[in-house]
Design a protein around this ligand. Structure first.
Ligand code: JB2
Length: 216
């Protein structure tokens, strides 16, 4: 099912905001050791991080050798943002690896394929024949139906649905509660807005907005 490292190395989480807190929760429930949160800002307001070492600079990750820890990128991918990807590429080039995170409450077919660094959040569903590209986020309650191919560095936001055989390229953002009907292709960097229903292919870098509801 997965390309991932199963070595159960200690974890370093990059970022200390909302997405990082969800990932930390999943990992702590799985009894994983989180040795540091790396974040320039204060993290004290989030109880989930209490007791975990807080490092302020990304350069501080070098305190851990590349083969002694597994990184988790806790910075959420927002539409058109390349920040998450740049951070990953920096640390991959230094020889670090990224953990594949799978919530215990996600339903993940043994006949799907998860590439390294994918983040599968609680109550999401990945059906048989689907592929989730490296470093993509399948957020809470999202559904990736059979035979979909989700590219790398995608964010499928909470409760979004990809019907069967959908294909997304790289850096695609599917907004919360959006639906992409079966067989549709979504190009690099494209965005499907929250609540939209996409019924035609979407070319690279295009944005599909939800239809406006008009009242008399
Ligand atoms: O250069 C940086 C840096 N810049 C900001 N290095 C590191 N290591 N961390 C950095 N940060 C940290 O990212 C901020 O200090 C903050 O802790 C975190 C971003 O947190 P925020 O809660 O603003 O966003 P998020 O990325 O956790 O969540 C977004 O994406 C999720 C998927 C939100 O939009 C959520 O609503 C969404 N669910």
């Amino acid at each position: 099912m997965s390309d991932c490292d199963n070595a159960k190395l200690p974890i370093v989480i990059i970022g200390g905001g909302g997405h990082a807190s969800v990932l930390a929760d999943i990992l702590l429930q799985q009894q994983r050791e989180i040795v540091a949160i790396v974040c320039p800002d204060d993290i004290n307001q989030r109880a989930i991080f209490s007791g975990i070492t807080h490092l302020k600079r990304d350069a501080d990750i070098s305190r851990f050798s590349a083969d002694s820890v597994s990184l988790v990128n806790g910075i959420g991918l927002m539409p058109k943002s390349s920040f998450r990807r740049k951070l990953n590429e920096t640390f991959l080039s230094l020889g670090y690896r990224f953990e594949t995170v799978i919530s215990d409450s996600a339903i993940v077919s043994p006949f799907c394929r998860l590439e390294v660094g994918a983040q599968i959040l609680p109550m999401s569903v990945i059906q048989a024949g689907a592929t989730i590209g490296s470093h993509s986020i399948i957020n809470t309650g999202a559904i990736v139906e059979h035979d979909c191919s989700v590219g790398s560095y995608n964010h499928i936001a909470p409760r979004a649905t990809l019907c069967g055989d959908v294909e997304t390229e790289t850096n695609v953002y599917i907004g919360a509660n959006a639906t992409v009907i079966q067989g549709i292709s979504v190009g690099n960097g494209a965005v499907v807005g929250a609540g939209a229903c996409l019924t035609r292919d979407l070319a690279s870098d295009m944005i599909a907005y939800p239809a406006k509801i008009t009242t008399k």
